[in-house]
Each structure stands twice: as structure tokens, then as C-alpha cells.
Design a protein around this ligand. Sequence first.
Ligand code: DGJ
Length: 722
Amino acid sequence: MAIIGTSSFAQNAPTIIPIETRQNVLVLQTDKENHLGITYFGKKLSQAAEYKLIPSQSRQRDGNAGIYNSAYTPAGTWNVSEPALQLTHGDGNKSLDLVYVSHNKAKENDNVSVTSIVLKDPVYAVEVTLFYKTYFQENVVEQWSVIKSEEKKPITLEKYASANLYFIAKDYYLTHYNGTWAKEMNPEEELLTAGIRVLDSKLGTRANLYQPPTFSLSFDKPATENEGKVLLATLAWSGNFKMEFEVDSYHNLRLIAGINPYSSEYPLASKQEFKTPSFIYTFSENGKGEASRNLHNWARKYRILDGEGTRMTLLNNWEATYFDFNEAKLSELFKDGKKLGVDLFLLDDGWFANKYPRNSDGAGLGDWQENVKKLPNGIGYLVKEAQKTGIKFGIWVEPEMVNPKSELYEKHPDWVIKQPQRPEHYMRNQLPLDLSNPEVQDFVYGILDKLFTENPDIAYIKWDCNATTFNPYSAYLEKNKHAQSKLFVDYVKGLYKVLEKLRAKYPKVPMMLCSGGGGRVDYEALKYFTEFWPSDNTDPLERIFMQWEYSYFFPSIALSAHVTDWGKQPLKFRTDVAMMGRLGYDIVVSHLNEKDLQFSQQAVVNYNAVKDIIFQGDLFRLVDPKKNDYAALMYATKSKSKAILFSYLVGNRNGAGSDTPIRLEGLDASKNYKVRELNLYPGTKSAIKEDQVYSGEYLMTAGFNPVVNARRTSVVLEIEAM
Ligand code: DGJ
């Protein structure tokens, strides 16, 4: 790694560091005192030499109030605005200054580079390295920082953000998401006004129950799908997060994002390093559509486990049986899965614990031995039975949690997160185990390792996490004289250690990241998981809206979507909605009438034929269900030779539906296409003429009407070049 810029503490010539992707640039520049600021963020200039013309501080400097555009704002010296890094030195002093020392750019390959910038405190032995990893083609930046102290005594990190950005625009529109169980991903867009707007979580585990660490930020005016300047961003961290949006007195915007400092002061011994999680973002001048395709391209290629692979269809028994099953019942369900045509049977909650059997969510969690009454012949027998039926076998676990009514709790009360002197407080009758404790990490790893060792043919894992952290306290940290304030951070680090070890031994087994629905959806966890469970709410009408919002940040290959009995819509509608993700079923197949079964069998065949387009294609959101009485979106292959269009009726007013053509996107204007309807319910006829040929230009300019209406409430079209 060549050092391409260095400077002593007192240098006048500015150092300019452009962090470039194919379309965008973040320009960093030192000022006269060698403080590093952000002078520009946005579309790349064609002449890089002109970055030096951008004034470093003229608009951002206030004589008394410090520099506003800092690339990593320190606390306790010249800066009086919200800091990115705040700490207490070994001698108790709380001041910090950070000046530029050097930077270098290391190329990992033709597409990926990492620029690292070293900043140092001129007085105390504290060093911060800012990292900007760029994915050039995808226009994605992954940013984190590493904080290091060489002071003799330990320092305490009080706030340690991953990223500090600075934007200059006319106005800022923030879209963020709120929700709770079964009501995930409700967007709200707001104009940011002076002061600080905070998005955060303090829940510890199931940290995204009320809010995910994702947002979009439009500049000047609200961005639409195809117009406007917009940043899509997310923090890759499965715990507490905090994102601060501060519109300052110049109407510029400072963004600070990272681990939530709430109750999380982190001691750092001499020569130790603290690496913050990654803040991941992309920017587009052409609206949210392009920005989200940037993220999808990046996530599939570089982040989600097996993101460029494929996914299996499955039959899950949760809603079909809940806790009430036995071997005979399951064997019947294997046959049902086979009849349906799915690849895999997924056995959900309720298969374990004996002293306190897991017959409800009130007992047994933590005791990971097969329940001998329900499964006298163990998991091994089930795997074989499933295989005999011609279907793969997957299994549910919730390894981070414990019911007080369990042998695990009786044996290891010190492994449980709870306050020793206070009454316990539960969510879903359970408590998190203390993953800051290495023994607990081994226990959690051991649950999965035992399952795989004894049953190497287990083909899928659903990893659940159903409780937030109340009464945070770790007996382990106490016993080892560590600060309790490390718990929230060390829990997440402990979780990643387990997942890392698991993936080292079992790199390929698909795993669903489930947290009672969207309680844990982030890009650090998705390094280890192939998909996530967006919500327990599988009412297809609700899912259209939720999946729409998730789709800004996550590609369809990562989104599990099941056909269930939620909602009032017909089976076709439920199926057509679930097809927008990794398709699964959670229904009693034997209750389907003949036509429904026939429809479903054909739908699985159809899905298998087109799922690669949905997983790997470019997504275009065409008609927004929030603003219309129907929704339409399409996936097109990169070669523009095939596309799948989904449209759904979401309103029921008289005449609701697609009465005008929709302009399609992602096709080749010069190619000719035919349009064919998929998933027709037996006995119905399509309103679409299959033999008509359309040019790509026609479909994208004059448009095409899928004819979705009260009689055809969901329509799936295959568009294929001839
Ligand atoms: C919550 C999950 O979201 C459900 O799908 C199911 O697995 C239950 N937990 C089982 O307890």
C-alpha cells in the first residue's frame, strides 16, 4: 500500500482526497490547520483537478463555533457541534482534536479500492483511521473508522460513529421507517428543519423492531423513482444504532451514523483498536430507482451470502400446526410439500425440550434436545423421512434466547441477561442469553454444530430472535471486571463471532435471518444469512407495501415471502405477491381444493422458471401503491431479454385498476417482445394477447396495460424478447 499523501501537523497546502465511484465523488480536503473537512458530495466532475477550486471552509466556517464540515468531528476542543468521536483520556481529560496525518489508497481489484486516512490528536496518543471502501461500478461506498489509543492508561470511548458526512443543498428530505411487530416498514418523508433529527434503536436484541437502520435522503426536493438527487444508506450493525441529521445554521446538513452511544461507553486499553461497523451508502442523481439498483447490485455481488446464487422454495409448518405436531403429522406434511412441488420442508418452533416441553412460547427455549413425545426418533429420522419423500429438510432455532421455564435457565442463570436485583421483564416470555460471554458463544455455536454434525443433510436453518433486551446486565462482564456498558456492543460482537465460526465450518447452508419479522434486518448479519423474514404479517395486501419499501434497500433474493392464510385475498393474489421474493408456503396443503392445488403446483413450476429474473434482474418500481389504487413493478434481466411484471390491485373503489398503460422500463427499445400472462387461475382466460409483438420502444413509451382490476386483482406478466 503506497502512501500517497502525508503531512506534518502544521502544513498549509491543502491535501485533497477524492473518494470516487463511477458516477459520484466525496471530496475531502484539509484546511490551514490540517483539519479534514468535506467540501463536496455528489456527481463526479469530469476534471478531477477542479476539486481544488471548491472552497474548503468559506461557507462552513464560523469564527467562534468551529468548523462545521468536519469529516470526523472530535469533541471537547474547537468543535461545539454534535461530535462523531467523544472520549475520555486515561488522565480524565475530555478534549480531542484530530488532524490529518496521511492517507493511502489500496486497490483490491479493478472495482474495489479502500482509501484510508490517518488522523491524530496532536496532544494525546489517540489515532483514528477513516476507511472508505468504494465499489466503483455499483456506486457504493462502505465507510467505517478504527480508533486506536497508545495512551498508557485505558481511554473510554463515549461516542464512536462510523461515518460523518456533510451535505450542501437547498433542502433535505428524509425518508425513514417506523413499525412494530406485523406492521414493519412504514415510510415517512419529512423536510429536515434546523436542529437535530435522530433515528435510533436502544433495544439491544431484535434491535429493528421499531425502526431499521436504513433511510433515504433527497436533496433539494423529494426524489421520485427516476428523478432527483438521493442518498440511500444503511448501517451494517445488528444492535443499537443512532443516526443524527443536523441542519446547521448555514442550512447545511451534518450526518453522523454509528453504534448508539446510549449506555455504551467503551473502554479501550493501550494499543487496542476499536473498529466501528460499516455505514453503507449510494447516491444517484436519477432518483430512488437507480440508487436502489446500485445497492442491489452491490449486495448480491459483495454482501449477501450466496447473493448471486439461487434460492429454494419451501413449505413451512408454523401456521399449519404451530406447536402441535408429531412424526406422523410431519410425514404427511413432507408429502404435501412434495405434492406442491417445493424443494424443502421447514420444521418450525416446538420440536425440542423435555423437562419443560416446548408446547407454547412459555417454556423450553434453551433446551435443544428433541422432544421425545413429539419426535421419538429424533431429527435424523425426520431428515431421512423427508428425503425418502423427495424433499429436503430444514429446521428452526432461536439459539440466543431462553425461557425462564427451561433447564438451561436452571443450570446457568448467570448466562442470562437480567438485572440481579430487579424483577425480570420478558418479551414473549423469554430473555436473551449473554453473548458477551465466550461460554455462551460456544453454547450457541454448539447448538447449530450439533444439529449439523448429527444431521449433515439439514439443508436450511431459520434463525429466530424474538425478544428485545430489558434490564441489560452481564454476570460475565461483572465477574471479569469489565464495564457493564460494554454489553450492548459485546453482545453483537459475540453474535458475529458465533456466525463467523459457523460459516467457517458450514459455508453454504442457506439460513433465514428471522426476528419475529423485521426485528433484525441489516447488512452485517446478511454476510452470514441468505435471506431475511420481513414480517410475520403475510397478509398479501400489507406485504405489497412492506416489500415495496424493503426493496429500496434489499434485493428480492434476500426477501422471504410466504403464501399463508393471512388476509382475505384469493390464493392467486397471495401467491403472486409471495413470488416477488423467495417463495415459500405456510398453509395446510391438504385443505386446498382441487383447483387451488392445481394452481399452486403450476405456480411453483412457473416460479422456478422465472425466479432468476426476480433474484438477479434489475428492479423497476412502476406504479406506487401508496399513491394509486394498484401497484406495478418489474424485474428485467441485465441483457434486457426477459422481464417479469407484477401488478396488484390495492384499492377497492369503484373502477379501481389500471385503466391506462404503464410505461415499462429496463427493456431494449430496439428489441421486439411478446407478453404472456403467468399464474392464470384454472378455468380463467387472460386479457392479454399472447401473439402480439411489441417493440421495446413501444412498451417503454406508449406503455402496456396489464389490465388489473376488480376481476383480475393480480396479474403476472412474462415479457420475452423474440
Ligand atoms: C417468530 C417468527 O417470525 C415466526 O415465523 C415463527 O417462526 C415463530 N417465531 C416461532 O416461534
